[in-house]
Design a binder for this molecule. Structure first.
Ligand code: C2E
Ligand code: CA
Ligand code: CA
Length: 742
């Protein structure tokens, strides 16, 4: 009744697979997202870098134009001092500190009327020899850092250099003037030379003009930066632009170097632009948060789905189990449930007793009072059995009126006490349901938890069946005696085929007499099993067994054949044979083409239906048109049909009206009623009615003179019983026939 382990595993596997696939998909998505965002960031870094370079270049161009316009104004005639004074007001506009003109000997005129000799300065030396020049940061006489931008001044057609025009910029002012965008400090940028020397810093947390960028990076984080520096150096050498990742010891950055074109002077200049890689994370973070929420939602939804699935599954299984393990009529557990529970040992554990129970008279009640009443009785029975069910016990419905109980009890006496209580409740049902006295019977088998449920129920049922002939007991324990009977039955069952082939079955004949004349008028053939050791087994032991397993059909045909053969032999010996009746069991009538086969046998021995008759119990045709048809065929073939055991159980007077019967054999139990007024009047009526419907009457089991006298008086046609003769072996019976002939 529990969810099977493999179903849970499958469910967990499905959920896990879905989760793993979900995570893989999300992971893949983030990988792609990070890649895209990085690409985007790198692109914007390149954009920023190129924008900055453009700005920087236009600023430089602006300064160069300024300087060029200054230098073009300077001719041989111009008075340098007055020209410089003239340009003084333009200084602020160009963020310049000073303008100066140096004669070829280095004597310089500076704005504000200052004089100095710059012959030893790099810018002068470069420009006096024809090169425009932008110095690196140099320290001015006043102590502050400055850049100097210089151009040669030509005379006439640019053939002769007559001096050097220069502008001095404050480093911070110059930097501002270049207007490189640092995006609120998020982007760092600085100017450097190809050897890494930092010329100017627009924004950096630690780099200062005059430091060497490569050396600084190698110092701060050699392991991370070594390969980046190598990449950057290669790009500088090859004139490429790329993006590398460097670290300043605290943070890491994407860095780009872009060369600035048209830089006056000798050295190449590069603009470095960096952006913190953490921005990448910052950009992804909101997406990451969103996705985390999404994953969480998906996981919760999946778990909820799994829980709903498992709950629904369990509910459906419970319902299926309920249907599979409950009897719809009695609403209690069925036999399957009993077996499962006992086998699982979960509820019915430990040692106990399996009790098989049914009602001796149930089929009569069902037939006489109808199926609805029968169902009502079964329901009430189940309710009583259930009400006696304690913890760790079970009451289950097997089939029809058969129930099985699993009970615990301290010992046998305790169990019998409980069974008495159950029986007493069942007996109380008769007045309650307006039914005749019920006869419940109980077979008991002591069990251990390891015993097979089928075996235990089978043993308990055998014990119950042993009560069939007993009216004085209502319970029986499965014991060695019953076990031996069962073993014997199994033995007989196993030997049947061999016995049949070895012709171990022999026919005995019980004569039937005319009560008035005392003459033998007929006989009944009764089978005996003579074992190889010479012992005889009575049919009471093996007939019911073979009826249960269907072997009886073969035996019946065998006995019919044996009787026909015997009649033929006796006839051949000139004996005055009498009709011999052969018993045909109910099971045989279901076998295909029984009529045809019996006719063939009879014809083979060359005898007629005057010599063999058929005894069929009344119960065999009850409510079965198919069987009734077969009997009709036998009858129309000329067979005399004798109703066996009339009055023993299921008898109904309606049988007497059936045209296919020729003779009624009144059962011994009714014959035994001779002597009681009720019994005698019943017998009288039966005989009268039978005669009225043109049937002869045979009384079975006649044992006493009183019975004989009654039967003679009431014109019973035939009598059969120990009073006259027991069943006789063929040889002894032939002596009787002989006498008859003489
Ligand atoms: P049945 O057909 O009712 O046969 C009568 C039984 O009553 C026989 O028992 C017979 O020996 C016994 N009997 C006859 N007169 C008396 C009497 O005065 N007092 C008592 N107490 N018993 C008497 P048997 O031979 O043991 O047969 C038992 C049953 O086995 C038969 O009952 C019949 O149902 C069945 N049977 C016997 N032979 C065959 C057979 O060849 N085929 C089939 N299908 N069943 C057979
Ligand atoms: Ca019989
Ligand atoms: Ca009989």
């Amino acid at each position: 009744m529990f969810i099977k382990r493999r179903h849970l595993v499958a469910c967990a596997f499905a959920v896990l697979t879905a989760l793993v696939l979900g995570f893989l998909a999300v992971n893949r998505y983030f990988h792609q997202l990070r890649f895209d965002t990085r690409e985007q960031l790198e692109r914007s870094l390149l954009d920023t870098a190129s924008l900055n370079v453009e700005q920087f270049q236009s600023a430089i161009d602006f300064h160069i134009q300024f300087l060029e316009s200054l230098s073009s104004q300077m001719t041989n005639q111009t008075d340098p001092a007055s020209l410089i004074d003239l340009f003084d007001p333009l200084l602020d506009m160009h963020f310049a500190k000073q303008i100066g003109y140096a004669a070829p000997n280095g004597d310089a005129y500076l704005s504000g009327g200052l004089r100095a000799n710059v012959a030893g300065q790099d810018f002068f030396q470069q420009s006096i020899h024809g090169s425009p020049f932008l110095s690196e940061a140099i320290r001015a006489p006043q102590g502050e850092e400055v850049y100097v931008h210089s151009l040669p001044v030509y005379a006439g057609e640019k053939t002769e250099i007559t001096g050097v025009m220069f502008v001095v910029y404050d480093v911070p002012a110059f930097t501002n003037a270049l207007q490189v965008d640092t995006y609120d400090g998020r982007v760092n940028s600085w100017l450097l030379r190809s050897d890494g020397y930092v010329v100017s810093v627009f924004h950096s947390n630690h780099l200062k003009p005059g430091m060497n960028m490569f050396q600084d990076f190698m110092r701060t984080n050699p392991t991370v930066n070594a390969s980046a520096i190598e990449t950057l150096r290669r790009c500088i050498a090859e004139g490429d632009s790329t993006i590398a990742t460097i670290s300043d010891g605290e943070k890491s950055y994407f860095i780009n170097l872009t060369e600035i074109a048209n830089v006056p002077g000798g050295d190449r200049l590069f603009l470095a632009t960096t952006i913190a890689t953490s921005i990448l994370g910052k950009r992804i973070q909101p997406l990451l948060d969103g996705a985390n929420t999404l994953i969480l939602t998906i996981v919760i939804l999946m778990l909820a789905c799994a829980v709903i699935f498992i709950m629904t599954y369990l509910k459906q299984r419970r319902e299926l189990f309920r249907l599979a393990y409950t009897c719809p009529l009695t609403r209690i557990d069925n036999y399957l449930s009993f077996k499962e529970k006992m086998r699982a040992g979960v509820e019915l554990n430990g040692s106990g007793f399996v009790v098989s129970t049914d009602l001796r008279s149930f089929s009569t009640i069902n037939n006489a009072f109808g199926a609805a009443k029968g169902d009502e009785l079964l329901y009430a029975l189940a309710k009583i059995l259930k009400s006696h069910e304690g913890s760790g016990e079970l009451a289950a419905h097997v089939s029809c009126d058969s129930f099985v109980l699993f009970l615990h009890a301290a010992d046998r006496d305790d169990l019998i006490r409980r069974i008495r209580l159950i029986r007493s409740d069942i007996l109380d049902l008769s007045p309650l349901l307006d039914l005749p006295q019920l006869v419940p019977q109980f077979g008991i088998c002591a069990v251990e938890s390891t015993d097979s449920p089928e075996q235990a129920y089978g043993n308990a049922t055998l014990a119950m069946q042993s009560l069939r002939e007993r009216v004085d007991f209502f319970y029986s324990f499965f014991d060695d005696n019953i076990r031996n009977q069962t073993l014997e039955a199994q033995l007989l069952e196993g030997e049947f085929e061999q016995a049949l082939a070895g012709r171990q079955f022999e026919m005995w004949y019980q004569p039937k007499f005319s009560p008035s004349t005392g003459e033998v008028v007929a006989a009944e053939a009764l089978v005996r099993w003579r074992r190889p050791d010479g012992t005889l087994v009575s049919p009471g032991k093996f007939i019911p067994l073979f009826e249960r397993n269907g072997m009886i059909a073969h035996l019946d045909e065998y006995t019919f054949d044996a009787v026909c053969a015997q009649q033929r032999t006796w006839m051949n010996h000139g004996l005055a044979v009498v009709p011999v009746s052969v018993n045909v069991s109910r099971v045989s009538l279901y076998f295909p083409n029984i009529t045809g086969r019996y006719m063939i046998v009879m014809n083979r021995h060359g005898i007629s239906t005057d010599h063999v008759e058929l005894e069929i119990t009344e119960g065999a045709i009850e409510n079965n048109m198919e069987v009734e048809n077969i009997i009709n065929i036998f009858h129309s073939c000329g067979f005399h049909i004798l109703v066996d055991d009339f009055g023993s159980g299921y008898s109904s007077l309606a049988t007497l009206t059936k045209k296919c019967f020729d003779n009624i054999k009144i059962d011994k139990s009714l014959v035994d009623c001779i002597g009681t007024p009720e019994g005698e009047s019943l017998l009288e009526s039966i005989m009268q009615l039978s005669h009225k419907f043109n049937m002869t009457v045979t009384a079975e089991g006649v044992e006493h003179t009183q019975q004989r006298d009654f039967l003679i008086i009431h014109a019973c046609d035939n009598v059969q019983g120990y009073y006259y003769s027991e069943p006789l072996p063929a040889a002894e019976f032939s002596v009787l026939l002989n006498k008859r002939a003489s």
